[in-house]
Design a protein around this ligand. Structure first.
Ligand code: URA
Length: 434
């Protein structure tokens, strides 16, 4: 088999066989096939697409290119959840304890933040001592005993995806649904869960700017998951403004804890209930949506989800003494209001611009090596549909550096759009793909 022939076949609109896909993924991972040939193939895929079978074969080849996590020592059905990335998205911190309190075994692999999007691992490190670098044995024990553990991505999980993603990044081939779907799902399959719930974001702060693309990505990933024998459900949700109010690591943890106490923002709570519902259904814990919602609301009301959160943080070495009063964790030099430049209804908040404002304050990474300041960020006080008077607070900024504050302030103001007319507030949940 020759890489040249595989490139030519895809260039001419052909369908690649499993053998051809395995050949190029194995060859590229093993450094037998050079970047320039794989770049040409990626561009051919970009223009000519892949059918369902090719996408599943590509995903399986990437998932099997390195280590896979063997979760068979965990009793019961293992669940995982993935979000395609957003601003202010702290759902994993709320959802994990909620479903674990109902008996689900949540074995979750999470990432760090990069650019305008945050990462669950950074947020959890707000708890002194918390570690996501736990051994596989401890990860499995924690899921068995508590129902929830979160670890960072292990070194050799889906190495083919790591190489291909880096190449896509420099060859203008990232924004392609077959390539995005196979990239995300290769890591999910390698991480070993039996049931996977996907939160596919759409809107200004998301990878998928249009609803149509978001549904196509969701359907493609659900087909991969089900094709690989994992029970997979996709939820398409709005990311046309940040989720909840808080953007920034400690600030988001405070909001997540508030939500576990039943005092969180309505949109965040709604998304956690919907994603939780499909986790309960996919794992056979609830028989239908109505039963699942009752169960999920029950563990918030009873305090069982908050207790589970504390148990989980403590089991990974974190100090949970501040959970009862999270305000003690906020130690910023400057807390300032960002005020409205005009009066009017808020019609749009460019989420990625708010994420970048938090990053500029030091709360996010510009490069993988950046050290982040967990305490800084933005809390939005006005969301889409709210009326604001000129001079009234749009957002509160938590900062440790006056110069950075000025840059962030401009970004937050520029992220807002206003109108004299009250806008229609779009529903958070766009649909479910099974
Ligand atoms: N996230 C991934 O892991 N892969 C992509 O291709 C895009 C987003």
């Amino acid at each position: 088999m020759r890489m040249y022939d595989i490139i030519m076949k895809k260039r001419d609109g052909g369908i690649l066989s499993k053998e051809e896909i395995d050949f190029f993924v194995r060859g590229y991972t093993g450094e037998d096939i050079p970047d320039y040939q794989v770049s040409a193939l990626l561009m051919a895929i970009y223009f000519n697409g892949m059918n369902k079978e090719e996408i599943l074969n590509l995903t399986m080849a990437m998932a099997e290119s390195g280590n896979t996590l063997d979760l068979s020592a965990i009793n019961g059905i293992k669940a995982d959840k993935h979000s395609t990335g957003g601003v202010g998205d702290k759902t994993s911190l709320v959802l994990g304890p909620m479903v674990a309190a109902l008996g689900v075994k949540m074995a979750k692999m999470s990432g760090r933040g990069l650019g305008h999007t945050g990462g669950t691992i950074d947020k959890l490190e707000s708890f002194p001592g918390f570690s996501t670098e736990i051994s596989t044995d401890r990860f499995i024990d924690n899921v068995n005993n508590i129902g929830l553990a979160i670890t960072g991505q292990t070194g050799n999980l889906a190495p083919a995806d790591k190489k291909l993603y880096a190449l896509r990044d420099v060859t203008a081939t990232v924004d392609n649904i077959p390539l995005i779907a196979s990239s995300i799902m290769s890591k999910k399959l390698a991480a070993g869960a039996d049931a996977i719930v996907l939160d596919v974001k759409t809107g200004s702060g998301a990878f998928m700017k249009t609803e149509e693309d978001a549904f196509e990505l969701a359907k493609t990933m659900v087909d991969i998951g089900n094709g690989a024998g994992r029970n997979t459900i996709g939820v398409v949700s709005e990311m046309d403004q940040p989720l909840g109010f808080a953007v920034g690591n400690i600030l988001e943890v405070i909001e997540a804890v508030d939500t576990l106490k039943g005092k969180g923002p309505k949109d965040l709570e709604e998304l956690c209930i919907v994603l939780g519902t499909y986790i309960l259904i996919a794992t056979g814990t609830a028989k239908d949506e109505a039963e699942a919602e009752t169960m999920l609301r029950g563990v918030i009301e009873s305090g069982a989800a908050l207790d589970k959160f504390k148990e989980f943080v403590a089991a990974q070495g974190g100090d949970v003494s501040m959970v009862e009063d999270m305000s003690s964790t906020l130690e910023c030099k400057y807390v300032e209001e960002i005020t409205a430049p005009v009066s009017g209804y808020v019609t749009h908040i460019q989420s990625d611009a708010i994420g970048l404002a938090a990053m500029v304050l030091g709360g996010g990474r510009e490069t993988k090596e950046s050290v982040i300041d967990l305490s800084v960020g933005i809390v939005i006080n006005k969301k889409v549909g709210d009326y604001v008077e000129v001079g009234e607070s749009l957002a509160t900024m938590y900062s440790n550096d006056v110069k950075k504050s000025e840059d962030a302030r401009k970004r937050v103001i520029a992220a807002y759009e206003f109108s004299d007319e009250k806008p229609e507030v779009k529903p958070l949940i766009k649909g479910v793909v099974k």
